[in-house]
Write a protein that binds this ligand. Structure first.
Ligand code: F0G
Length: 462
């Protein structure tokens, strides 16, 4: 008999979770106005809302917490983290920040001005937000295959070089402050970018004199997919792959809450001294002095260890295999999901899953609420609610895909928990013909409405 794969860690500390009843959940979700962000975490059995800041630290990281240096200036923890960043990514200049969007805020304060254009691969919401807030525009140059869930492509995060060239060709250099490449591409389903694509993007950018910035939240998962899927990298270590990836970037922003395997934190690193000097001013203004930037010394220590662990193949194998375990069972059950399965999450195609719910009634949100009611599992809508309204017409923007995202926190749940998610989705899939109505919006804010939106159920009351 073949020896099966198992997690490469054992558990040293546990956190009890409460398995609620359907009657309780019906009450709670009604009180939450059918917005899963409004639930208390105790009302959730298995929380797949996000993989951001929800992972479990290792014993080495907890040990590092105890030796954090909390000095305001010149903290030893800062230097430990700076050395790790230099060693992994090869950038000389480094600033800690409190999370990913803070890194965007600091760097974009230096680079992005009104009227600018920032091409990239399906920019993450906060990245796009920080670009649009400065009255600049984010232009999506992701390959078309990324948006068709039935097309199998090993690197659905790739940039379409033709599209990118067209943008670079049709605008003056001064109007394009940078190209942002997101690794892995969250918005298309945790999909990786190939080394070849990174190399080509950099070559093209160089020929137009435009810098390249990597949004690096899930850079290690991206490196894993390069090792597994790209010719010539099977024998290269993850750390070597990361090092090569970042030779094609001029700067990086990072939310450390993902592949840093810490609960809070972020960073910013770059090659150019002039950017660093300007960014330093914004960092001090928005985040804190340059040797802590909104992070406690102990957290910088834990992050330095987390970055090392996240770039080890045995960690990544366990991590990616768990997401694959969830996704492949859904595929076997005939449930439509984005393929190939992404690095941090499974993206369920809600339109195909619930074909009778009109898209105007927020079909991915409808599926998210059904899943919560069925088993206390919390996912998140990545669809029309998230896409918000057109700023000019105030009409809903309907994205190409209506996804229910099931993000798997790192080292947190077991495969038994994944089995619960699979069974719950299969149960709903079996009764999909009975689910015909969704929601209408009762109250919403003008920006980032999905966090606070209040919904009213249409059709049969619960
Ligand atoms: N970039 C990417 C690709 C992200 O996925 C996120 C956050 C950020 C930047 C911003 O980082 O939250 O630390 O400020 N993504 C989380 C998610 C929130 O659930 O996907 P942050």
């Amino acid at each position: 008999m073949e020896i099966p794969f198992a997690e490469n860690y054992r558990i040293k500390m546990v956190e009890p979770i409460y398995r609620s009843t359907r009657v309780e959940r019906e009450k709670w979700i009604r009180e939450a106005d059918y917005n899963l962000f409004n639930l208390r975490s105790e009302q959730v059995y298995i929380d797949l809302l996000t993989d951001s800041g929800t992972g479990a630290m290792s014993d080495r990281q907890w040990a590092a917490i105890m030796t954090g240096d909390e000095s305001y200036a010149g903290s030893a923890s800062f230097y430990k983290l700076r050395d790790r960043v230099r060693q992994l990514f090869g950038f000389d200049y480094f600033l800690p920040v409190h999370q990913g969007r803070a890194a965007e805020n600091v760097l974009f304060s230096v680079l992005v001005k009104e009227g600018h254009i920032v091409p990239g691969n399906a920019h993450f919401d906060t990245t796009k937000g920080h670009i649009e807030f400065r009255k600049a525009m984010a232009v999506d140059c992701t390959i078309a295959e990324a948006f068709d869930i039935s097309v199998d492509h090993p690197f659905k995060g790739n940039i379409d070089l033709g599209k990118l060239r067209m943008i670079l060709e049709s605008h003056p250099k001064e109007q394009i402050p940078m190209i942002v490449v997101t690794l892995t591409c969250n918005s298309t389903g945790g999909q990786p970018v190939s080394m070849e694509n990174l190399r080509e993007v950099k070559k093209l950018a160089d020929s137009y004199g435009i810098p390249v910035v990597f949004d690096s939240a899930r850079f290690a998962e991206n490196a894993w997919f390069i090792q597994q899927r790209e010719e010539g990298y099977a024998e290269t270590t993850i750390k070597e792959i990361v090092r090569e990836m970042y030779t094609y970037a001029d700067a990086m922003t990072m939310s450390s809450k993902k592949d840093g395997i810490v609960n809070i934190g972020g960073l910013l690193a770059m090659r150019r001294k002039d950017w660093f000097e300007q960014a330093t001013v914004f960092n001090i203004m928005y985040e804190g002095f340059i040797t802590y930037g909104g992070m406690a010394g102990r957290d910088m220590n834990a992050l330095a260890v987390g970055l090392d662990e996240a770039t080890e193949a045995n960690y990544l194998e366990t991590r990616i295999k768990q997401v694959e375990y969830l996704g492949s069972q859904l595929i076997d059950a005939g449930i439509p999901i984005q393929q190939p399965i992404g690095g941090h999450a499974v993206f369920v195609d809600a339109r195909r899953f619930l074909p009778f719910v009109p898209v105007e009634e927020y079909v991915a949100q409808t599926l998210a609420v059904e899943l919560y009611l069925e088993a206390g599992v919390r996912g998140v809508e990545v669809g029309t609610l998230l896409a918000d309204r057109d700023p000019k017409t105030h009409e809903n923007r309907y994205p190409e895909n209506e996804f229910l995202r099931l993000s798997v926190p790192r080292r947190t749940y077991t495969n038994n928990h994944m089995d619960v998610v699979v069974a719950a989705l299969i149960n709903i899939f079996e009764r999909k013909n009975l689910i015909r109505r969704g929601f209408r919006i009762e109250r919403e804010t003008s920006i980032m409405r999905h966090f606070t939106v209040r919904l009213k159920r249409l059709g049969e009351p619960l």
